[in-house]
Design a protein around this ligand. Structure first.
Ligand code: LRH
Ligand code: MN
Length: 429
């Protein structure tokens, strides 16, 4: 660790602001002690939290209209891992990256594993891409991948997933996320029934090839790229398919994959009770699958999701959950956005640890909504930044990661050695 950002540089910055942090931390310690909350216990839990960074998130993202790459952009998986290591050296909670195949394909995955090791970066759940055609492919996923009416195209989509698993085995990953954009743009275009049974049939062929210690994560999404019907459009369909596949098939909740005003925290509670919650793609949105920075639009919703996770965890109902970020950074430096997003996520987790869930349940059973709301709002309105910063300091990471990052002039430095692609192409990556 600290190959991307020197430990001494971080230490120098921390020294200048450590006393302010101690002041804030001691003040919060006293405040929480009055509520019988042990700040140290929370800090230790914070130190064990990890969220994976998407390799496709460190390059500037775009929309169908345009993508405006910044300077010093990473152009391949090795440069992307360098950037992910910068984030982790500064925040300490993003030790793993979630790769995407074939976007991150290399000729030697062992070499990639060693390269990442040299930065103390590991590999979390891998993602398969059957929503784009590879340049040399005769067959196309234009009319679907795992659900395509053409068996050879379904077989190709299955192969893309098995190749992702093989890459992941070398990278010591323990899971595969399958998101398919399969669907139709017009009434009558696809058979709702046949496409679903073809999906389950194809996924069974992938599931049987899953290493015994792996999980497969089914990611639902209501629309885009299909704009009339999507085969795996909601959590219910995802749950039915995961149940059909087996115990190691779980549901992944991408926060942006819900229609406006959907109560996502209730979906999380349902999937926990159904023992099928497997993971998250954290981001935020105002309208559609905007892939904005987590906690940037609706941080209270992110808190309420952790509220369900922490109350279930305290009741021993929570499986091992894969926390990942899935964002598209169109107008910011992706490294800064990922630093801020990881901080928003861990702050919401920390706030959820301030809630006394036994008292909350009493309020619910006594039909006292005001007291229940106050319990949640008090926790949400508590500034926990001194706890998450103290956890970073004690892990030798940066108290103020953005300040240290900006002092590096990192992208300027990288622009001297990395190829810069001029012009604004379109597309999310
Ligand atoms: C689909 C999605 C999926 C990824 C892709 C980059 O919208 O959320 O998780 O494969 O974005
Ligand atoms: Mn996603």
């Amino acid at each position: 660790m600290f190959k991307a950002v020197e430990k001494d540089l971080i230490n120098t910055h921390n020294k200048k602001i450590e006393s302010d942090l101690n002041f804030d931390y001691e003040y919060l310690e006293k405040k929480l002690r009055k509520e019988n909350i042990d700040i140290h216990e929370i800090k230790e839990k914070i130190k064990r939290f990890q969220v994976a960074v998407p390799t496709w998130g460190v390059g500037t993202g775009g929309t169908r209209f345009a993508r405006f790459p910044g300077i010093g952009e990473p152009n391949n998986i090795f440069e992307k891992i360098e950037d992910c290591a910068v984030i982790n050296d500064l925040v300490g909670i993003t030790e793993k990256v979630s790769p995407h195949f074939p976007w991150d394909n290399v000729s030697d995955f062992k070499e990639l594993k060693e390269f990442a090791n040299s930065y103390s970066i590991g590999f979390d759940v891998v993602n398969s891409n059957t929503f784009q055609d590879s340049a040399d492919s005769e067959l196309s996923f234009k009319y679907g991948s795992l659900t395509n009416a053409n068996q050879s195209i379904r077989d190709l989509a299955i192969k893309v997933n098995l190749d992702a698993i093989n890459a992941g085995i070398t990278l010591e990953s323990k899971g595969l996320t399958v998101w398919v954009g399969d669907g139709g743009n017009f009434p009558g275009q696809i058979s709702f029934s046949n496409s679903l049974s073809r999906y389950i049939d194809s996924m069974k062929k992938i599931y049987t090839k899953l290493p015994q210690d792996w999980n497969i994560y089914l990611e639902h999404k209501p629309y885009e790229p299909a704009f009339y019907s999507t085969v795996i459009s909601d959590w219910g369909t995802s749950y039915i398919c995961a149940k059909e596949l087996g115990d190691r098939a779980l549901c992944l909740v991408d926060l942006g994959h819900h229609l406006p005003n959907t109560n996502i925290e209730m979906i999380v509670s349902r999937l926990i009770d159904l023992n099928k919650l497997g993971g998250f793609h954290f981001n935020d949105s105002k309208f559609g699958d905007d892939d904005l920075d987590a906690g940037s639009i609706n941080p209270y919703e992110l808190f309420l999701i952790f509220n369900e996770l922490s109350s279930a965890s305290q009741k021993g109902k929570l499986n091992q959950i894969s926390y990942m970020i899935d964002q598209s950074h169109n107008v910011t430096d992706p490294i800064e956005s990922l630093i801020l997003s990881s901080n928003e996520i861990i702050n919401c987790y920390a706030k959820s640890l301030l809630v006394n869930y036994d008292i909350l349940e009493e309020c619910q059973d006594k039909a006292d909504p005001i007291k229940a709301m106050q319990l949640l709002k008090n926790a949400f309105n508590t500034d926990v930044s001194s706890i998450t910063a103290m956890a970073r300091l004690e892990n030798l990471n940066a108290i103020n990661p953005i300040q240290v990052y900006r002092s590096l002039n990192y992208k300027q430095q990288k622009s001297k050695i990395r190829v810069t692609n001029k012009g604004s192409s379109s597309g999310i990556v």
